[in-house]
Design a protein around this ligand. Structure first.
Ligand code: MN
Length: 246
């Protein structure tokens, strides 16, 4: 593949800047050769949300928004207060808070290529093109009106299980039998790259690649190189959070 640019997709970093550096070194990351994309949730729960945002921008990386990224934007806008487990205070008090949050606010919710689609959590069974679904939601976010209660936004950001109609269970950890992981119903042509589901871990399905391997929970940080259909991972240096529901 020499001479061909490669897309490198990285799973949920959640403030694990050291592991991100480890992974980039393992990949031999080269901006002249690689397009760097993230599955979202760059921030929160981990030790260095600020460092991750700065690093991703310096590297010329890009991301779709995750639920934690949007939570940060809502807190910064005064729409929400921080929770006990939030660890992004470093971003809120940083001297470069303005440009970092502005950059984050302008990230897409879905990004498409001829052969792939990147979202944070999932693609709903009823959707045609997830990028078209995301468009108006992105416009709202950029205009400072985060449509938090919009079911399409919730699906993009938070879905794990759903039924054939795209409805999500009340309890995503112990769903009734008619509910399955959302990709069970996925019939699209393009490969969906996603994160958000650390408990499920790495997924290699038919036209689906899941990359959240729970680095912040002491798992690993995983990348998928699209042009080689190859996973690369580095272990977490330590367990930053003990799982007890997110
Ligand atoms: Mn998430």
């Amino acid at each position: 593949m020499e001479g061909t640019r490669q897309r490198v997709f990285v799973g949920d970093v959640q403030g694990c800047s050291n592991e991100l550096r480890d992974l980039l070194e393992r990949l031999g990351y080269d901006p002249a050769m690689h397009d760097l994309w993230f599955t979202g949730d760059l921030v929160n729960r981990g030790p260095d949300s600020l460092g991750v945002l700065r690093l991703v921008r310096e590297l010329g990386g890009n991301t779709v928004l995750g639920n934690h990224d949007l939570h940060l934007l809502r807190v910064a806008a005064g729409e929400r207060t921080t929770g006990r487990k939030d660890t992004f205070q470093d971003v809120l008090t940083a001297p470069d808070r303005g440009p970092l949050l502005e950059w984050l606010r302008e990230r897409p919710l879905a990004q498409g290529w001829d052969d792939a689609v990147l979202v944070h959590a999932g693609v709903c069974p009823g959707w045609g093109d997830p990028v078209a679904v995301a468009g108006p939601l992105e416009q709202g976010i950029r205009a400072g009106r985060i449509p938090w209660d919009n079911p399409d936004l919730r699906f993009l950001l938070q879905a794990r299980h759903c039924n054939a109609s795209g409805e999500r269970p009340a309890d995503d950890e112990h769903p009734p039998a008619r509910f399955h992981p959302w990709d069970h119903f996925y019939r699209g042509r393009r490969t969906v790259v996603f994160g958000h589901w650390a408990a499920r871990g790495r997924v290699r399905g038919k036209r689906v690649r899941g990359l959240d391997t729970g680095c912040v929970w002491g798992g690993s940080l995983t990348a998928w190189i699209a042009e080689e259909d190859r996973f690369v991972a580095v272990p977490a240096r330590r367990t930053y959070q003990v799982p007890q529901g997110k």
